[in-house]
Design a protein around this ligand. Structure first.
Ligand code: NAD
Ligand code: DAU
Length: 341
């Protein structure tokens, strides 16, 4: 197969491209990325020796560029990871989320429709379902849970999902959608909670924990997300949505305490700060459908996966130190200036 992987220089896209190179060396991989602040070509370094890999810089929301690319290349499948992904940034600057996440998806769908692409996969998120109450552990998100978004980020992802389903129904674009819970693992940009806390703890800096720290996230190792998307791509049914998650709910406080304990840093580094506006309380995925229909099972346990991930950030200090210089430093100072003393 010849695959177009968009957003491939980001955290999950890069892990997915490496997964494909490893598991399906016969596949041709074209990686596309706009290289925003979150995109980093170093994340794709391991692929440089792969004979069937190429990188293209470009914007999924640039219709002319995308149409010209599809006219030149014959892709069998498109997997769309490209997006603005940080909830806090969507609170301060929502417009770019609409452009990249909604309009960009619609441009890709038009290209798939025009050029008769055999499979389009949209990488969506559990955030489209909104949140669950903390006192109802019996409730989980299923594929039938109504969309009920909280942030401009989740609103943009839900809108994109609706376009995907509309293009399947109206134009028979053979599309699938996956909605995964929170990922962790190597190459995650240190604005997201786990790498932010690891990198700051390593530098003996305060860890800004929102609200009371008791919001719950359902963590999945990025490798398991990649294996699920690969299964959907090859065996999933067009028009279907698949939830992905590994039943691993933890409060933010629990995760941060694990990080501090592993790094042998004091809990006094934790600093409770003003909450995120509209902060979702709890996410929890019911993955029965993908397990039953496609035989997917996660291989990572959080307890070992988080240790490996912490070790990766210890071993790859140069990667994240370079990542958090410049523009990111300005972002951090702005986002946290009134939260941290
Ligand atoms: P990320 O921010 O690390 O990477 C996103 C990538 O998209 C970056 O490389 C960026 O340069 C690129 N990009 C942004 N706008 C673009 C545009 N207009 N054209 C081309 N490229 C563009 O994000 P991530 O965590 O790797 O997330 C990837 C996808 O997975 C997103 O669609 C996200 O919504 C979804 N997702 C993420 C998680 C998670 O926990 N991180 C969970 C579920 C779903
Ligand atoms: O659930 C999937 C989603 O997970 C993805 O769709 C998003 O792209 C991804 O960013 C992630 O969203 P979250 O908002 O859950 O992730 P984040 O890492 O930003 O925050 C995780 C939790 O940690 C959340 O409850 C907020 C909290 N937090 C976060 C930051 C950045 C803090 O307490 N302090 C912080 O500084």
């Amino acid at each position: 197969m010849k695959l177009l992987i968009t957003g491939a220089a980001g955290f999950i896209g890069a892990n997915f491209a490496s997964y494909i190179a490893q598991e399906h060396p016969e596949d041709e991989i074209v990686c596309l990325d706009l290289l925003t602040y979150a995109g980093n070509l170093l994340n794709l370094k391991a692929l440089e020796t792969h004979k069937r890999y190429r990188f293209v810089k470009g914007d999924i929301a640039d219709r002319t560029f995308i149409m010209e690319l599809f006219a030149k290349e014959t892709f069998d499948a498109v997997i769309n990871f490209a997006a603005e992904t940080h909830v806090d940034r969507s609170v301060t600057d929502p417009e770019i989320f609409l452009r990249s996440n909604v309009f960009g998806t619609q441009v890709l769908l038009d290209a798939c429709r025009t050029y008769g692409i055999k499979r389009y996969h949209q990488v969506s998120t559990d955030e489209v379902y909104g949140d669950l109450p903390l006192d109802r552990p019996d409730l989980l998100f299923t594929e039938e849970t109504p969309l009920h978004t909280s942030s401009p980020y989740s609103a943009s992802k839900a809108s994109a999902d609706m376009y995907v389903l509309a293009y399947f129904r109206t134009y028979q674009v053979p599309a699938t959608i996956s909605r995964c819970s929170n990922n962790y693992g190597p190459y995650q940009f240190p604005e997201k909670m786990i790498p932010l806390m690891i990198s700051r703890a390593l530098a003996d800096e305060q860890l800004p924990l929102y609200g009371d720290g008791l919001n719950v996230r359902d963590w999945l190792h990025v490798y398991d997300h990649c294996s699920a998307i690969d299964l959907i791509l090859r065996n999933g049914k067009a028009g279907e949505v698949y939830n992905i998650g590994g039943h691993n709910e933890k409060t933010n406080l629990e995760v941060i305490k694990m990080i501090l304990k592993t790094l042998q840093k004091p809990e006094s580094l934790i600093s409770y700060v003003t909450d995120r506006p509209g902060h979702d309380l709890r996410y929890a995925i019911n993955p029965d459908k993908i397990e039953r229909e496609l035989g997917w099972k996660p291989v990572y346990h959080f307890e070992t996966g988080i240790l490996q991930t912490i070790q990766w950030y210890v071993d790859n200090r140069e990667w994240w130190e370079a990542t958090i210089s410049g523009e990111y430093r300005r972002y951090f100072d702005e986002m946290y200036k009134e939260r941290l003393s």
